[in-house]
Each structure stands twice: as C-alpha cells, then as structure tokens.
Design a protein around this ligand. Structure first.
Ligand code: IMP
Length: 214
C-alpha cells in the first residue's frame, strides 16, 4: 500500500483522484529540514518516512514563488504565512510592482529500490546532485556531499503560473486569495476547478503515470 505522509486528509482525497484506491494517509512527523530547495526538503522527508513506515511513501512540499522577489517566500511559505501573513505578502509584492508568481509542488517517492533513468530527477543524498538548488550546491563541501548509504528518492514537480492580486474569494487556504490564474483567484475556484490545474495536481499526475508502471 502506498502511504501519503501528511497531516492533511484533503491532500489524500486529491491524490485518490489520480491514483485510484491504492493510497492511504500516514500521519508521521518527519523532519522538515531548512533548505532553499523544495526538492531537498521533500526528499529528506520521504527517506525518513520510508525508513519509519517500511512501505512505499510519498511526501510533498509546496510553496508560493514570487518571481521578482527572487522566489520569496518559496520554501519558507508556511513560516511567512504565519509571521507576515498572506495580505502583507500580497501588499509587499504589489508595492514592489512585482506581480508574476507561481505555486510549485514537489512530490518525493521512496520505496527503498533504485530507479531507472527518466526525465524526473532522483535524489541520492548527494548534495552536489543536479536536482539541488544552486544555494545548496554552493554551500556543499567535499566531506558532506555524498551520503553513501542513502536510499534513492524520485522527485515529481508541478507548477502553475499566475499573478499576485488584491485578495478575492472565500474558498481555499493559505495564499489562495492573492493568487490569480486565468482571471480567477484560487480562492474563487471550487476545489474541483483548482485541483484540475493546481501545482499539486500537476505533480500528482506525473507521479501517477510513473507509479502505474512501477
Ligand atoms: P505545504 O508544503 O503543502 O504544507 O505548503 C506550504 C505552504 O505553502 C502552506 O502553508 C501554504 O501557505 C502554501 N501553499 C501550498 N500550496 C498552496 C495552495 O494550493 N494554495 C495556497 N497556499 C499554498
């Protein structure tokens, strides 16, 4: 059985739409490392969750990336939502005249086995890997670059482009009211509309194709 490691049952419901019956929620508090890379955060979490669960797991990490603010708040989206708040992030972006943004989601899959080469990257605990963010590569040293015993983790990315607007709509969560895609904010869409185009949906669709073969 595939386990979606999350405290959010809504994510598991969304995953069921792509994966059919074969996925169940696992509530496990894996370590969320501090990193500028969603890939790295999700991969480390998936490796730890697999070692705990002993069966195939997926872990996701997501965030809002405001392009002209160098991707802020990105991997720090939860923290910034709790501290600055969504409306202030929106105001900051609009004051700077920086409207282009995207939501990104990375799904990390681990079942303890190696992976065949496909366009989707694999994290092997190698801090110099091509899938890692430049900031991570820059701080890596030869002594901490490779974890020889690391279990491989396959990564699936989904992104949705949009722009930052004044808050509109009552639905959704997090940054949904200030994120507009195709004329509607995510908070103005019902969950079916949002799931059909969301970053998580796009990552799940890629993962589902891979998993069907696996
Ligand atoms: P998580 O990785 O799914 O927990 O998301 C991290 C943070 O990114 C959340 O606390 C939200 O602030 C933000 N976020 C991720 N996905 C969405 C979304 O679909 N809508 C709004 N905010 C999101």
């Amino acid at each position: 059985m595939l386990r979606y490691v999350t405290t959010n049952p809504g994510k598991v419901r969304e995953a069921l739409e792509y994966l059919g019956e074969g996925v169940e929620q696992l509530e496990f508090d894996y370590t969320e490392i501090q990193s500028s890379s969603l890939e790295r955060i999700a991969a480390v979490g998936a490796r730890e969750a697999f070692s705990h669960a002993g069966e195939p797991v997926i872990v996701d990490d997501a965030g809002l990336f405001i392009e002209d603010l160098d991707g802020f708040p990105g991997p720090y989206s939860s923290y910034v939502e709790e501290t600055l708040g969504v409306e202030r992030v929106g105001r900051l972006a609009r004051e700077e005249g920086t409207l282009r943004a995207s939501f990104r989601c990375v799904i990390a899959y681990c079942d303890g086995e190696p992976f065949e080469a496909t366009p989707e990257p694999v994290d092997r605990g190698d801090r110099r890997g091509q899938d890692l963010a430049a900031a991570d590569r820059d701080t890596a040293t030869t002594s901490d670059t490779v974890d020889e015993g690391a279990v491989p983790v396959k990564l699936f990315t989904g992104a949705v482009p949009g722009r930052i607007v004044e808050p509109r709509g009552d639905g959704g969560f997090g940054y949904d009211p200030i994120f507009e895609h195709d004329g509607q904010t995510f908070a103005e869409m019902d969950s079916e509309e949002k799931n059909a185009i969301s970053h998580r949906g796009r990552a799940l669709a890629k993962f589902a194709d891979f998993y069907a073969e696996r």
